[in-house]
Design a protein around this ligand. Sequence first.
Ligand code: PBG
Length: 328
Amino acid sequence: MSYPIHRPRRLRRNETLRRLVRETRLSPDNLVAPLFVCGGEGVRREIAAMPGCYQMSVDRLLEECRELASLGVPGVILFGLPEKKDAEGSGASAEDGPVPRALRALRRELKELSLWADVCLCEYTDHGHCGPLAPGPDGRLDVDNDRTLPLLAKAALAYAAAGADVVAPSDMMDGRVGALRGALDQAGRADVVIVSYAAKYASGFYGPFREAAGSAPAFGDRRGYQMDPANTDEAMREVAADLAEGADIVMVKPALAYLDVVYRVKERFQVPLAAYNVSGEYAMIKAAARNGWLDETRVAMEALISIRRAGADIILTYFAKEAARLLA
Ligand code: PBG
């Protein structure tokens, strides 16, 4: 394999050849669009740190989803912005909350769209943590793991009843996948798919999301339940545990700063794998492009193909619509 017999540039000479030898593909089939749903009517508020992303009322969300479906995007994942919050995050399972209302409307009209509901309490608690709090042994307030589980299960049941095909727990409590699977099965909903945020890191890249979903913790941070960015063996244990508890698809989050984890999970488990190209990863590209420092389209597509190349089957990304349009 040496020069001059071998000339790797021969296969790079034109796009036709490059297409023929391309190893990794990105298609709209790989994409899931995260969307933020709020109350009211006719609402479409742009999120300052996420240009091109909006908080939408159900009517406007429907329009957005029609467009995504027509572009061939197979799925959306919904995050809710409730009208009021409390210490237990009880709004997460309210039947008339923004997410169940959106699910019912979408289910009626868009039969072919895969409807995912993020399951977490942080958008619904007044303190912004992912479950109810209790003082730990040292007296400091911490999320009460075992009291959170039935609340998550209740939320998942409410979303399934409203029409979700998929529930995606993102709270990182121990045992949540088993709690959801058990509750769904007992309710006769063995059909509902669980996508677990299995390896979810305590990441600064979630910054813009917390503004988008109004879910910033009022004190402290999430390092007591989300993973330490320094760890990957631990990610293997998290994935193994979630699969054992019944996860159908596992997720790594964030994506770009954790491509090694994406690769390792795919190599090791060979199960359907999602990666979440998170708000901060989106915002960085948007901000640089707005300054004329990067070619947005080129960099966004390069980021997405890198996530596929690392081994993700599914990419949750705020670029879903733009990417699907380009790929059409
Ligand atoms: C809720 C949740 C978060 C994200 C998805 N689900 C925020 C967090 O954990 O603080 C982040 C998504 C993004 O940044 O795009 N637990």
